[in-house]
Every structure is written in structure tokens, then in C-alpha cells.
Design a binder for this molecule. Structure first.
Ligand code: GDP
Ligand code: MN
Length: 420
């Protein structure tokens, strides 16, 4: 039997479990994806979702001006207030603003100070260990009731390919860099693999709760023997577990069945080029090499990346064309790919299953002409209607290099960049 505290914490874990609708899959080892393939919610959005699913969070307001932040702080009427910059990166507490302000998370008892601090946060860039060097612009702040923290723990639910499903990862050593904990004290990282069909079991939730250090009897009394309830009228004596910080991601493939959640996407932290790509149903991922890749499907994208790397090259970006492709999309895709000044060559690697290669070929020739393509273009098409596609490319009179397979394509693309 688990102790009452573990049982209680276990309940919280099961509540968090209800939020797993579709978590991001792991990434290819080879690719350091600098862009999203999923929806990232801001902290305030994550907390709203969690509270709707029975996870305890602090009372809070969201503000996008200093004045609103001040008013929110007054309305909260809390003993102490915590002001938190809302960006998708972690490590905010130790971050710095380009306004000069230090710290993206501040505690104060004075609502006026909230207004003053918010003034130095909103509209400025916050740089943390997890952001690019220039930081990320803060558009919103969270004004929350500060609570006493007796101990911080860490809990994540992730999709893990190696166990074909979700895994709970927890550590009693929360509140600090979890990567640091994993590196220096791996014995303090606990895992529970979850059967995707059965969901989390009580025993697993309770074991994790115990591993997080929630042991012993529930504290329902203060040291003077009075029940909590009498001392802190607004607090339920049993809710000792509060989620202070949160980050929830949703795989883009879940969009069609999680429309309410995806409606929360404010896209404010996307690269403009990603938003532009999304307009045409294309997925853009920016990388730091010089070979632009035009592919269909995430798997092919990763394979293409690996083969380019194996041949000594580096991808500049990926544009992933979905299933039912139209010629106009191919044109837009080229426009986006060549907009990146790093790009010195383009590699097209399309496997025509649902996609008709002839449509791609027509799109490519049109794009080459209209955009007056200046960089070498290597094309590997395979699958549906490939013969007609080859004819279109060969008869176009354009300087397009055909490749027989992926290896050949990668070699030719890498060589075309080296020649310069
Ligand atoms: P992060 O730095 O982006 O991970 O943001 P967090 O939400 O984790 O906040 C950073 C730190 O501020 C936490 O680790 C806590 O130590 C502290 N903090 C945040 N909220 C509160 C609060 O309500 N009360 C107290 N006492 N500390 C808080
Ligand atoms: Mn944190």
C-alpha cells in the first residue's frame, strides 16, 4: 500500500496524464531541429489546461501592458505576487532582458513593483540558456499568486520510441536544470513506461510519487495541532501539490482532433518564414547549413539530412510537402527555400506515393523560370508517374541535375556547393 501522501500525489500524476492527448515524438539523432513540428503552449495556456483537468495551479492573470499587470496584481489581492515573462523557453528565472532587467521571474509583495517590473519586461527580449543569443520578445506576462514552495520536483510525460509509448520521467530534484541532474546524479531520475492502451496504473503513479519523495502521512494539521482548514481558510488541506511551471507540446498531427487546443496557438514566437510556409500547408524547418532540402514526409527529411551529412554537406533547411500536392505549393516552396540567403544549392528528394511526380516536375520548372533560380538544383524523383516527370525536367531546357537515387542526389548536391 502506498502512503497517503504518495496516493495523493499519484492522483495529481493521473490528472496530468489526462493531458497527454498527443505528445511530440522523439527527434532523429542526426537532426537538431531548430524549429517546431508541434504546437508549444505558453505557460499560462498550459496552466489553464491543467487546471481544467484537475491539476492544481496558482491563481493568475495574464497581461500584455504594464498597466494591466499592475491592475492584475491589485485584483489578485495576494500576500505575495510572482511576475513571470511568458516565452516558450525555460530558464527564465535566470534570464536577462535587453532592457537591463535581470530575471524573467520576480517575487514581490507590492503591486506597484509588478507594474514597474512589467514595464521592463513587455516589449523587450528575454535571453535565457534555452533561447537564441538575442533572446525572445516578451509580449505577455503572467501575474500570479506566489505560494510558499517547500520543495520542487520535476515531472514529464514524453513519447519515447524506445518503449513504443509514453514514459513518465520524474525527479525529486526539481527546480533546477533537469539536464544537469541527469548528467551528475542519474540515480535521481526515475522512469515509468506506460502501456499506451492501458494508460497509467495507480501503482505506477504511486511509485513515481514515492520516488519524487512524497512519503509518509498527509499533513492536515499545523504544528500547533490546528487543522490547516482553520488556519488558511481558502486552502483545501489536501492540495499540497501545486504545478508552478509547465510546458505542454502537441504534435501537429493531432491538430484535426484537438482543435480547441490548436486554436490557442498565437504563433507569436514562430519564425515569419514558418508562418508563411504554414499558409501553403508546408512545413519549414530552419537549419544552419547551405543545402536547401525539398522533401515529402518527415522520415524522408531525416534520411535526406543524414545522407547529406554522411557525404560531407550540411542542410540549410527543410521544406516538407505533405500528401495531396498542388503545383502552386511547389512554386511557393521554392520561393521560401531560396529566400534564405545561406542557401547555395537545392536538393529535391520526393518519393511519389500519393504525390504525383509530374505535378512536382511542373512546379519545379515553373518555379525555376519565374524565380530565375541562381543556385544549382539537384532533383531525385521516384514513384508515381516518375517517367513523365523526368521527361518534363529533361525537356525544360533548365540546368537541372537529375539524380538516380538519394545517395547520388546527396553527392551531387554536396559537390555543387564545394565547387564554388
Ligand atoms: P523557469 O526559470 O523558466 O523555469 O521558471 P519557473 O516557473 O520555474 O520559476 C523560476 C523559479 O522561481 C522557480 O524555480 C522558483 O524557485 C521561483 N518561483 C516561481 N514561482 C514561485 C512562487 O509562486 N513562489 C515562490 N516562492 N517561488 C517561485
Ligand atoms: Mn522551471
Amino acid at each position: 500500500m502506498a502512503s497517503p501522501v504518495a496516493a495523493q500525489a499519484g492522483k495529481l500524476l493521473r490528472a496530468a496524464w489526462a493531458l497527454r492527448p498527443c505528445l511530440p515524438l522523439g527527434q532523429s539523432q542526426g537532426i537538431q531541429v531548430t524549429s517546431r513540428r508541434w504546437l508549444n503552449l505558453q505557460e499560462y495556456q498550459s496552466k489553464k489546461l491543467m487546471s481544467e483537468h484537475g491539476v492544481k495551479v496558482q491563481r493568475f492573470f495574464v497581461a500584455d501592458t504594464a498597466n494591466d499587470a499592475l491592475n492584475a496584481a491589485k485584483r489578485l489581492n495576494a500576500k505575495e505576487i510572482v511576475l513571470k515573462a511568458q516565452i516558450l523557453a525555460g530558464g527564465r528565472g535566470k534570464g536577462t532582458f535587453n532592457s537591463g532587467l535581470k530575471g524573467g521571474v520576480h517575487l514581490t509583495k507590492d503591486p506597484k513593483v509588478v507594474g514597474q517590473l512589467a514595464q521592463q519586461m513587455i516589449g523587450y527580449n528575454l535571453t535565457t540558456k534555452q533561447t537564441p543569443k538575442d533572446g525572445v520578445k516578451v509580449n505577455k506576462v503572467m501575474v500570479a499568486e506566489a505560494l510558499d514552495i517547500s520543495r520542487e520536483t520535476y515531472l514529464a510525460i514524453l513519447m519515447d520510441r524506445s518503449c513504443n509509448g509514453p514514459v513518465l520521467v520524474g525527479s525529486p530534484q526539481g527546480g533546477v536544470d533537469i539536464e544537469e541532474v541527469a548528467a551528475t546524479t542519474p540515480e535521481l531520475i526515475f522512469k515509468e513506461e506506460i502501456d499506451i492502451f492501458e494508460g497509467i496504473k495507480d501503482s505506477q503513479a504511486e511509485r513515481m510519487a514515492e520516488n519524487l519523495g512524497f512519503r509518509g502521512a498527509l499533513k492536515t494539521q499545523n504544528s500547533d495541532g490546528k487543522p490547516f482548514r482553520d488556519q488558511v481558510p481558502n486552502h483545501n488541506p489536501y492540495t499540497v501539490f501545486v504545478c508552478f511551471d509547465a510546458k505542454i507540446n502537441f504534435d501537429d498531427n493531432a491538430e484535426f482532433r484537438q482543435q480547441d487546443i490548436f486554436a490557442m496557438d498565437d504563433k507569436s514566437e514562430n519564425e515569419p518564414i514558418e508562418n508563411e510556409a504554414a499558409k501553403y500547408d508546408l512545413k519549414y524547418i530552419g537549419l544552419d547549413g547551405n543545402i536547401a532540402c525539398f522533401v515529402n514526409g518527415a522520415g524522408l527529411a531525416m534520411a535526406t539530412c543524414d545522407i547529406i551529412s554522411l557525404n560531407g554537406g550540411k542542410p540549410a533547411n527543410f521544406l516538407d510537402l505533405g500528401g495531396g500536392v498542388k503545383e502552386a505549393q511547389v512554386y511557393q516552396a521554392f520561393k521560401l527555400l531560396t529566400a534564405d540567403p545561406k542557401v547555395e544549392a537545392i536538393l529535391v528528394n520526393i518519393f511519389g506515393g500519393i504525390v504525383n511526380c509530374a505535378i512536382i516536375a511542373n512546379g519545379i520548372t515553373r518555379a525555376c523560370r519565374e524565380l530565375e533560380l541562381k543556385v544549382p538544383l539537384v532533383v531525385r524523383l521516384e514513384g508515381t508517374n516518375v517517367q513523365e516527370a523526368q521527361n518534363i525536367l529533361n525537356n525544360s531546357g533548365l540546368p537541372i541535375t537529375s539524380a538516380s537515387d538519394l545517395e547520388d542526389a546527396a553527392k551531387k548536391a554536396v559537390a555543387s556547393v564545394r565547387q564554388k
